[in-house]
Write a protein that binds this ligand. Structure first.
Ligand code: AMP
Length: 496
């Protein structure tokens, strides 16, 4: 199928050709005709599938006739983050260059006066984050009674970020007779509930990223027994062993850790920059463009800041923290191995991450090779399980020293970090694969390139993360991907 089969006008086809696209992606092929028919659409699609053009192209087509009135936008796109709003706006600029549509971006960090001026002139397309939109509505600067086309993008992320009450309020301000396009990377029950509420007889479309994209992602879990300092040391060791990294995204769960890791990497001579929601909009955009241009090789960010960013050709993803939300793991690693390029994803996991790691493995319904790192303590599942939910962290070297000095902490166990060499296996023969599949319960072997080596343990090796009870079904009923689990995460773990 080509774009000309989708019912788009010649101006749009020219703009698409100018951008260089020759064939519509599956979501574009399936969604565009229905959007043009005026149907509601519920699209289950991740970033990277071409979902943005699947709504921007038909919107431009539909809005090309008619005129906007002052303060009454004709269409509204709600997005969870400013960056995503910018990317959607750029899409409208590229595809709409031969169509004279007016648009406004209502996002935090930009001037109210400028945004109000644009709204006064009338806009065909309003791209907004929920908070800023409500703010302007409450100031009487905007009316939504004429907004007959609504797009809710990345609904799953709206949910994670607590935006749903705002979205519900906004939807209640729109006319009930409207067209709604709803996109989400996952179809968790809460998302399904929302779509039932907002959509009327929607055409449901579900796509996964092209299998070739992430089949090329080599995933590894590195077990480290220690705190943030040990994790940073381990990260540097892994990065150094990877040779010259052209572009990598490093994920932390907390903004403050994004800053700490970024500073630490720079102190150690790495070319890194931070990206998180607390930064001024201008510096976020600047950082992003430095990264895109290759001026900065490592981008340290939080999930929220990274969401929806269109960054091509990232060679590595490093999960400095195991994500709290297991689906974020999929989003994170989906940033590498794109367009047939090889990519690697490393996840550093401490004993405290045991549960989080299990959740990730349950969600992806697949195994990931687990290795230990030379010179660093590892941990076993038995040790993790024995924590029994207690928040116990083993003392790091420094903590152990302090503890030894303190008479009331005599029992503190010194760190086992930097094991003696006889504890380190010289080959990778006991390397293991974490798996959710009971049939994978037996240890599987994987050859590991230097210097990521396994620690040979006298107890059970690290093969049992995510292992299910033999009676468990190998399928994954709890995964919110359901039947739509992206192809790349369904692949078997690479084992040698
Ligand atoms: P999205 O999922 O909308 O974030 O798009 C992911 C990437 O795919 C972006 O870099 C788009 O520019 C690109 N893209 C979108 N549609 C097509 C297409 N039909 N052919 C090639 N690339 C596309």
């Amino acid at each position: 199928m080509s774009f000309s089969d989708l019912g788009l006008n010649p101006k749009l086809l020219q703009a698409v050709e100018d951008v260089g696209y020759t064939t519509p992606t599956p979501i574009q092929e399936q969604a565009i005709p229905y959007v043009l028919m005026g149907r509601d659409v519920m699209g289950c699609a991740q970033t990277g599938t071409g979902k943005t053009a699947s709504f921007t192209l038909p919107m431009i087509e539909m809005l090309s006739s008619g005129r906007a009135r002052a303060r009454m936008p004709r269409s509204l796109i709600l997005t969870p983050t400013r960056e995503l709003a910018h990317q959607i706006s750029e899409n409208f600029e590229s595809y709409g260059k031969y169509s004279k549509l007016s648009k406004a971006l209502l996002i935090g960090g930009s001037s109210f006066a400028e945004q109000t001026k644009l709204l006064e002139r009338g806009v065909d397309v309003l791209i907004a984050t929920p908070g800023r939109l409500l703010d302007l509505f409450e100031r009487g600067k905007i009316m939504l009674v004429d907004t007959k086309l609504l797009v809710i993008d990345e609904a799953d992320r709206m949910l994670d970020m607590g935006f749903i009450p705002d979205v519900e309020k906004i939807v209640s301000l729109l006319p009930p007779l409207r067209q709604t396009l709803f996109f989400s990377a996952t179809m968790a029950p809460e998302i399904r509930k929302l779509s039932d509420k907002f959509l009327s007889n929607p055409k449901e479309i579900s796509v996964t990223k092209q299998a070739s994209t992430a089949e090329t992602v080599e995933q590894t879990i590195i077990k480290i027994d220690g705190g943030p300092k040990e994790k940073r040391e381990a990260l540097r060791q892994i990065m150094t062993s990877e040779g010259e990294i052209q572009s990598a995204i490093l994920f932390c769960n907390r903004k403050k850790d994004v800053d700490i890791l970024n500073k630490s990497l720079n102190v150690h001579g790495f070319s890194a920059a931070a990206l998180h929601g607390d930064m001024a909009q201008s510096s976020r955009m600047e950082t992003l463009s430095d990264f895109k241009e290759g001026k900065v090789k490592l981008l340290v960010c939080s999930d929220v800041a990274a969401r929806g960013l269109d960054i091509p050709a990232v060679s590595h993803v490093f999960n400095f923290d195991v994500p709290v939300n297991p689906e974020d793991y999929v989003h994170r690693i989906g940033r590498t191995g794109r367009a047939g390029r090889e990519g690697k994803a490393f996840t550093i996991a401490t004993i405290e991450d045991y549960k989080g790691l299990r959740n990730v493995l349950t969600t992806i319904n697949s195994g990931i090779p687990v290795v230990s790192l030379e010179g660093f303590d590892s941990w076993t599942d038995e040790e993790a399980a024995s924590l029994k939910g207690r928040r116990r962290r083993r003392p790091t070297k420094t903590a152990a020293k302090t503890a030894a000095k303190s008479s009331d902490l005599k029992e503190a166990k010194p760190s086992r970090r930097r094991k003696k060499s006889d504890d380190i296996a010289e080959d990778a023969s006991t390397d293991a694969v974490a798996s959710t599949d009971a049939s994978n319960g037996a240890d599987e072997k994987r050859s590991v390139k230097k210097p990521v080596r396994t620690t040979r343990r006298k107890t059970k090796p690290t093969a049992v993360i995510g292992e299910r009870e033999p009676s468990s079904e190998p399928s994954n009923p709890t995964s919110s991907f359901g039947d739509h689990t992206p192809a790349f995460i369904l692949r078997e773990a690479k084992v040698a």
